[in-house]
Ligand binder design. Structure first.
Ligand code: UDP
Ligand code: MG
Length: 324
């Protein structure tokens, strides 16, 4: 059986088209042995009522409603927890990733792959800014992290149950799922595709969220920023020492009055460096703090299967497992 998992946040404009194309692709490849897990990530528009409507018509649909907006990566995690299939397709709601690639992905998996990930050769309809930041992001990330994370790859992928079950064992709050999947290992193969334009609506990943995802990615997989902070500390300590020697010499041998600018520069440089280093440390300390609380990573309000609307139950992560 195949599960397609689709996190949705304010996607009322795309849902019908998404369901049409995704459902056709699933029927084509797996017949009735499929489910489509739609996660409502606390949408503020008509996404949820529309989902109920779709679910009433299509018994393959499983609905998951989160209690509030948790963000893409957590919404996806909730969906992966509920998905029951032997193979799991992760796909965005906005049809940027063509569902029709499913059959090719299935073939690659038949040939022995555990993960088939979509690799974007082109990103149509996305602004220069988005493309440039994405390109820089993936390349910086590659230098910083200790594991191999494929370039230009989002969360669009087909996973085997085996690799998903290992992924699900990772309890962390700050999730960069494509990195975590890479970390799991097994045979992972790329499938090149052209990323389409968003079918409708605006991106739900504004700059702030992209930055947050980037910081999660780096801090989740690498302690290099801490090391860089240490090196910076060393370099500036040496510079400061030279500055002190220079000042003392000046004081002894020449009657300088020129103290003011040099003091100010030193103070400013050292001050900003300290803030930078503290900030980096703070990111890690903050994450340690949040992880230490061991809170559930997402909260599900309702799971609805086969059009059965009569089972409202609020569950946290562990309880969601039982329903799978
Ligand atoms: N999404 C979500 N929660 C959020 C933000 C986004 O579930 O808080 C979903 C969104 O509905 C879409 C997917 O994540 O299905 C990717 O978002 P989007 O297409 O806006 O990102 P982009 O492709 O612009 O990077
Ligand atoms: Mg998109």
């Amino acid at each position: 059986m195949l599960s397609a998992v689709v996190p949705c946040y304010d996607e009322e404009e795309t849902l019908v088209a998404l369901h049409e194309r995704l459902s056709a692709a699933c029927l084509d490849v797996c017949g009735n042995a499929h489910e489509i897990v739609l996660i409502d990530d606390g949408s503020k528009d008509g996404t949820w009522p529309l989902m109920l409507e779709l679910a009433a018509k299509d018994p393959h649909i499983v609905l998951v409603r989160l209690t509030r907006n948790h963000g893409h990566q957590l919404a996806l995690s909730a969906g992966l927890e509920v998905a029951a299939g032997d193979r799991i397709l992760i796909i965005d709601a906005d049809l940027q990733d063509p569902p029709e690639l499913l059959s090719e992905m299935m073939t690659l998996m038949d040939e022995g792959a555990d993960v088939v990930y979509g690799r974007r050769t082109q990103r149509k309809g996305e602004g220069v800014f988005k493309r440039a930041t994405a390109a820089i992001f993936y390349r910086v990330l590659r230098r910083l992290v200790d594991i191999e994370i494929p370039l230009d790859t989002g969360d669009f992928r087909l996973m085997s149950r085996k690799s998903l079950d290992l992924l699900r064992q990772m309890p962390e709050q700050h999730r960069f799922i494509r990195g975590m999947v890479s970390w799991v290992g097994f045979k992972q193969v790329p499938l090149d595709y052209e990323r389409d334009e968003r079918f409708a609506g605006e991106t739900k990943y504004p700059l702030g969220k992209m930055l947050a995802l980037g910081i999660d990615a780096v801090t989740g997989f690498s302690t290099k920023p801490l090391k860089i902070a240490t090196y910076l500390g060393f370099i500036f300590a040496v510079l400061a020492l030279m500055g002190i020697v220079y000042t003392l010499l000046g004081w002894f041998y020449f009657e300088t009055e020129a103290g003011w600018p040099s003091v100010m520069t030193t103070v400013l440089i050292l001050g900003s460096l300290q803030l930078l280093v503290l900030g980096v440390m703070g990111e890690y300390v903050g994450r340690t703090f949040l992880e230490a609380k061991r809170r559930p990573i997402f909260l599900i309000d309702q799971v609805i299967r086969a059009g059965d609307v009569s089972q409202p139950a609020a569950v946290a992560r562990d309880a969601a497992r039982g329903t799978g």
